[in-house]
Design a protein around this ligand. Structure first.
Ligand code: DGL
Length: 272
């Protein structure tokens, strides 16, 4: 199975893109709703959660992991790659690849949670690919709660978006990376506010395309992944809005299984 985790249900935007691009593969998803949000937590805490989530997905049969949370991807990818012997994908690199390939002016905007923006991972990776690129990032801590509350049509949401996007508009970015798995749900509101000429990059679509080419290149490994049965969606808590956000993302009812998974301290490797 393809294991996917996020701090909550936002990562389902990635699960949906994978389901659409690779419909023959089974997914096992874990949304850490009991400990969400990750975006305001320290790197040490996020790394510990990411490690525990990976262990949980492996225990459910995952043979490949996708970190479908920018906050976790920005601080925990290296640790997971060192500690787990299976392919690990994340949402940041494919979005960067796309941004670098599509930007004509070399001016890229990034929006994300505080954890993601503070990590500086987008700047580092983009400039490693092309040191002449200019990267402008803005933390948007109010957007996740607005999505969670389903405030899509509210005047306040549009106002907050305008406020967050304004500095990036002034910098005349020509590409904007949605550096948080909740933001694809705001894409239709973001597009007109950042400007029609700006390419909005949705990491969920990019990671699905990246995974597709990986599986094509690794066909014997791809055959090991389960190709029948149903997808499983686990969450560590069922919050008030979990079902409605999941339904909004998939456009259908999603059965969320509350797991009794509790990290066993003995099983968790010591932090570096
Ligand atoms: N999934 C997180 C991300 O992509 C957003 C929610 C959170 O802060 O936990 O950064």
């Amino acid at each position: 199975m393809i294991g996917i985790f996020d701090s909550g249900v936002g990562g389902m935007t990635v699960a949906k893109a994978i389901e659409k691009t690779l419909p023959e593969y089974r997914l096992v998803y874990f949304g850490d709703l009991a400990r969400t949000p990750y975006g305001s937590k320290s790197p040490e805490t996020i790394i510990r959660y990411a490690r525990e989530n990976t262990e949980f997905l492996i225990s459910k049969g995952a043979k490949l992991i996708i970190i479908a949370c920018n906050s976790a991807a920005s601080v925990a990818t290296e640790t997971l790659k060192e500690e787990f012997d299976l392919p690990i994908f994340e949402v940041i690199s494919p979005a960067i690849k796309k941004a670098v390939a599509t930007s004509k002016t070399g001016r890229i905007g990034i929006i994300g949670t505080r954890a993601t923006i503070t990590s500086g991972v987008y700047e580092k990776k983009i400039r490693k690919q092309n040191s002449s690129f200019k990267v402008y990032s803005t933390p948007c801590p109010l957007l996740v709660p607005l999505v969670e509350e389903g405030w899509f049509e509210k005047r306040e949401t549009k106002m907050i978006l305008r406020r967050y996007l304004h500095p990036l508009k002034l910098k005349q970015v020509d590409s904007l990376v949605l550096g948080c798995t909740h933001y694809p749900l705001l894409k239709d509101l973001i597009r007109p506010r950042i400007g029609k000429r700006v390419k909005v990059i949705d990491s969920s679509e990019e990671v699905a395309a990246d995974l597709k080419s990986y599986l094509r290149e690794h066909s014997s490994f791809a055959k090991e992944l389960t190709q029948n049965g149903r997808h499983h969606y686990y969450v560590s808590d069922i919050t008030y809005t979990a079902h409605s956000i999941a339904q909004r993302i998939f456009g259908r009812e999603i059965q969320l299984n509350k797991t009794t998974y509790a990290p066993q301290s003995g099983e968790v490797k010591s932090e570096k």
